[in-house]
Design a protein around this ligand. Structure first.
Ligand SMILES: NC(=O)c1ccc[n+]([C@@H]2O[C@H](COP(=O)([O-])OP(=O)(O)OC[C@H]3O[C@@H](n4cnc5c(N)ncnc54)[C@H](OP(=O)(O)O)[C@@H]3O)[C@@H](O)[C@H]2O)c1
Length: 429
């Protein structure tokens, strides 16, 4: 995504990636003209990510749930770059304009919709989305959408935000990028995870009225399978992060490996994620100059941030007791920054990055297969639907439909079409 004039790599990331800071991960890459939206940007890993991206000349949109904390964080980023910049090509004149704040509460589907509306009104391009925000909840809590909070903030919210922003990403540049922050704690899921996912899909597939009649919803009070009676801190966090990994693999299979926007065939099964509109030959032709989505998920390492703040003594443990032995936030942001700056040919889409390099060997055994599985026969929809990655999509789709969100209806392909038409007109004039 970034451009560099330097041929020299300062660090060998395959051996030194663990210690790398965000500044080192950015090397001499320049993100001039790139617009990057980072969620959970007011503190911790998100804040350090924004600082480095802005220093390397990106336009950064800090998406945060608390506007005043976000404005304070924005000021902190500007002051620290002005006073301590290490990237000497940073354009200080444009710095203030290049850092924006947008309101986003992932615990509210309405707030996600409003955030996208606000983004649309700014008439900006969007080259990269970093889904960083996350929570680690010690006790059961549900959102006003009736979904367990960890599940919604860590998985369903980012899933929905990304779905709504994908058309803007595709309309903005040839090869847009999505970076999803997950965790090694994804291993704390109920095993086999495929069974958990299948059983949730089957519950969510039953008729809502029937469920209410059988007291299913009343008993649990929430949708999605994480309830007050089965809640456990590690399992809930683990489930949310495992779903992020599967969903990343699905995004890769669908929008990188699977989709061929240059095809003018109307029978292409792989375009099923799109609304029927995109199957029109003229739209597919208009879209032919578009490229693929580059997507990955990352584990930042164990990082001295406020992630433990909801657990009594948790923040002190992370930011004081464990601090000397774990990564600093500057190091915690390195893998995200690396995935933002790497040019397309060096970026390995669909993979799990740890310490700045792909590390699929660190994935739960069950989740490894999904990345390896290629869609051998692109027209074999059944085969695709057997994959766990596809099931993460089905689970999210069904979960959202229970709270009256119809993903397919909300896929606004007109944004991509308008941009494509404009692009084609420019090209032919
Ligand atoms: N720290 C680690 O050791 C570690 C390890 C593995 C993975 N991770 C992941 O790294 C990511 C960043 O975490 P961190 O360590 O930097 O933690 P952090 O310092 O607690 O930052 C979390 C960020 O997420 C935001 N957030 C929380 N709930 C939100 C909501 N409902 N809507 C929008 N934003 C919300 C927070 O905003 P507020 O300040 O307003 O609450 C904050 O900006 C998370 O996804 C986390 O799961 C962290």
């Amino acid at each position: 995504m970034g451009n560099t004039t330097s041929e020299n790599t300062q660090l060998d990331f395959s051996t030194q990636g663990k210690k790398a800071t965000a500044a080192q991960a950015a090397e001499e890459y320049d993100l001039n003209d790139k617009v990057i939206l980072v969620t959970g940007a007011n503190i911790g890993i998100g804040l350090e990510t924004c600082r480095t991206l802005a220093e390397h000349n990106a336009t950064v949109i800090m998406a945060c749930r608390d506007r005043s904390k976000a404005n304070q964080a924005r000021k902190n980023v500007i002051d620290s770059i002005v006073n301590n910049r290490t990237y000497l090509k940073c354009d200080l004149e444009s710095l203030s304009n290049r850092i924006q704040v947008i309101k986003l509460d992932l615990a509210s589907l309405q707030s996600i919709q409003e955030c996208v509306k606000d983004f649309k009104s700014r008439n900006l391009k969007l080259h990269c989305l970093v889904n960083n925000a996350g929570v680690f909840m010690p006790k059961f809590q549900s959102t006003k959408d009736n979904i367990e909070t960890t599940l919604q903030v860590n998985f369903l919210g980012p899933f929905y935000l990304t779905w709504l922003l994908l058309p803007y990403l595709f309309a903005s540049c040839k090869n847009p990028r999505v970076i999803n922050v997950t965790s090694i704690m994804h291993k704390k899921v109920p095993l086999p995870f495929a069974d958990w996912l299948n059983s949730q899909i089957s519950v969510l597939s039953s008729d809502t009225a029937e469920m209410e009649k059988n007291n299913e919803k009343k008993t649990h009070g929430v949708w999605g399978g994480i309830t007050s009676s089965n809640f456990s801190i590690n399992t809930s966090y683990g489930i949310s992060k495992a779903l992020v990994i599967l969903w990343t693999q699905w995004l890769h299979q669908k929008f990188h490996d699977g989709i061929d926007l240059t095809s003018t065939s109307t029978n292409d099964q792989d375009s099923s994620a799109f609304s029927d509109d995109i199957k029109q030959p003229e739209d597919r032709l208009a879209l032919s100059h578009y490229g693929k989505l580059y997507v990955c998920c990352i584990h930042p390492g164990l990082v001295a941030t406020s992630i433990g703040r909801n657990i009594p003594g948790g923040e002190f443990l992370f930011t004081n007791v464990m601090k000397p032995f774990i990564k600093s936030p500057e190091q915690g942001a390195a893998t995200i920054v690396r995935c933002c700056v790497l040019p397309d040919d060096l970026f390995e889409s669909g993979h799990f990055y740890v310490d700045c390099v792909p590390h699929d060997d660190m994935l739960l055994e069950e989740l490894k297969t999904s990345t390896k599985l290629k869609i051998e026969n692109r027209n074999n929809e059944e085969k695709e639907q057997e994959q766990q990655s596809y099931k993460s999509w089905t689970y999210a789709d069904k979960l959202l439909s229970k709270v009256n969100v119809d993903l397919k209806k909300e896929w606004d392909i007109s944004i991509v079409r308008e941009s494509a038409v404009k692009h084609l007109r420019l090209r032919s004039s």
